[in-house]
Design a protein around this ligand. Structure first.
Ligand code: AMP
Ligand code: GLY
Length: 424
């Protein structure tokens, strides 16, 4: 089979690495890819939003399966364009990707179908949002409706902060058109867990759990980022929590989408908060998490191409997912200054040390070749992942491995997976 992966970050590197293990796969292309993905795929210089060019490329190369890694093209309708051209594609159509593309939609869906989530109101008029705040309790959470690179969420401790927040989202359009509508919701506390799942429109199969670290600095300080590191499984995601979510959240979400005439095929990522009152949905994403994929896929035993095909064909009920009984930790190496301002183009050294080292992976988030050298090409640069018999061993291995890689201005959090210690 010939596969085309759309995207070019650490998540797509993990998908390409995993797909390359399938005996069915003879060739992988990735658009636009990066210098790490090149090891498994031929990278093609086409942007992820250039749907027509991507479809033309897929037809010219007689691609058997396209896999869309990223949220923007999914929400923009790339799957519909590919399907119209007769290209077999893994991912939700536009009318289903709205589960991630509109927070107001997803909140209304959860309310209508009784899926546990924070209490909320949607607003498209800033004056009404401001009036609502007068009687609200604090802290309170403001969310721009649309995609905002994970940055469109503001947690406001005072009325003053919340007024400024409404102004920046809806009037100053700090997050662009994502802020033409917004959600104001109850602030919840608890541990966060990411659960990714495969869905074929009717059946859902959940993958092993993971936890992300969204803030830039140790101790969950600093700004929100795309994710500074992950571990899998989450020791807080107990069998009891899983049983609750299987009963009240996962299948209900799939059934709700089908009932709305928006059958979901692809990956649903459940961002959960384990509150005192039980698990609640924080958000849905319509794709693998980044860097969740970098710890979940190395633990997956199945041939991922079989799973992609079962989702497309609606035969996921005949397949069970299997994961290694081990653990994985991913530490993101970023350029100092991320997510605000940082430099690019620094030489990356030390990756040879990972060759043939079983249980260690370097997934590239942003790298490129320049004059034959490998250089940094973005804020998040590499995701260094290591497995281990348990979380503690995986974490020790990951932090040992981090020392092997170097580039100027290299920065990483030193406390990825520290929460493991609290689990006892
Ligand atoms: P989201 O993009 O909706 O996942 O929000 C980004 C981050 O904001 C989450 O990972 C949480 O840490 C935080 N957050 C979102 N909604 C809430 C909420 N209702 N209460 C507390 N924290 C929240
Ligand atoms: N790691 C969070 C996300 O992919 O949205």
């Amino acid at each position: 089979m010939k596969i085309l992966i759309v995207g070019g970050g650490g998540r797509e590197h993990a998908i390409a690495w995993k797909a390359a293990q399938s005996a069915k796969v003879e060739k992988i292309y990735c658009a636009p890819g990066n210098a790490g993905i090149e090891e498994y795929a031929q990278c093609v210089d086409i942007g992820v939003m250039e749907f027509d060019r991507l479809a033309a490329f897929a037809k010219e190369k007689e691609i058997d399966l396209a896999v869309i890694g990223m949220d923007d093209p999914l929400v923009g309708g790339i799957v519909d364009v590919f399907e119209a051209e007769g290209i077999r594609v893994f991912g939700p159509r536009k009318n289903a990707a709205i589960l991630e593309g509109s927070k107001a939609f997803s909140k209304d869906l959860m309310k209508k179908y009784g899926i546990p989530t924070a209490a909320y109101e949607n607003f498209d008029d800033p004056d009404k949002a401001l009036a609502y705040l007068e009687h609200a309790s604090f802290p309170i959470v403001l969310k721009a409706d649309g995609l905002a690179l994970g940055k469109g969420v503001l947690i406001c401790n005072t009325l003053e902060e919340a007024r400024d927040g409404v102004k920046s989202i809806m009037l100053d359009r700090k997050f662009g058109t994502a802020g033409s509508r917004m959600v104001i919701e109850e602030f919840m506390t608890g541990r966060e867990v990411s659960v990714l799942s495969f869905v074929d429109g009717k059946t859902i199969r959940t993958m092993t759990s993971a936890q992300d670290h969204k803030r830039a600095l140790d101790g969950d300080q600093g700004l929100n980022t795309g994710g500074m590191g992950t571990f899998s499984p989450s020791p807080f995601y107990t069998e009891e929590v899983d049983a609750f979510c299987q009963k009240h959240i996962y299948q209900k979400t799939v059934d709700a989408m089908a009932a709305e005439g928006r059958p979901f095929k692809g990956v649903i990522f459940f961002g959960l908060m384990l509150t005192e009152k039980g698990p609640r949905v924080l958000e849905y994403n319509a794709r693998f998490g980044d860097p969740e994929a970098q710890v979940v896929l190395p633990r997956m035993k199945n041939d991922i191409v079989d799973v992609f095909e079962a989702c497309i064909d609606g035969t996921l009920d005949r397949l069970e997912l299997q994961f290694e009984d081990n653990a994985a930790v991913c530490v993101v190496l970023a350029s100092a200054g991320y997510p605000v301002s940082y430099e690019k183009g620094f030489e990356i050294r030390g990756l040879e040390a990972f060759r043939e080292k079983e249980g260690y992976y370097v997934f590239h988030a942003a790298s490129r070749r320049k004059d034959g050298r490998l250089v940094t090409n973005g804020g998040r640069v590499l995701g260094v992942t290591a497995t281990g018999a348990d979380l503690r061993e995986a974490r020790a291995n990951a932090y040992e491995a981090v020392k092997l890689v170097d580039f100027d201005n290299k920065y990483c959090r030193s406390d990825i997976g520290k929460a493991i210690d609290e689990a006892g």
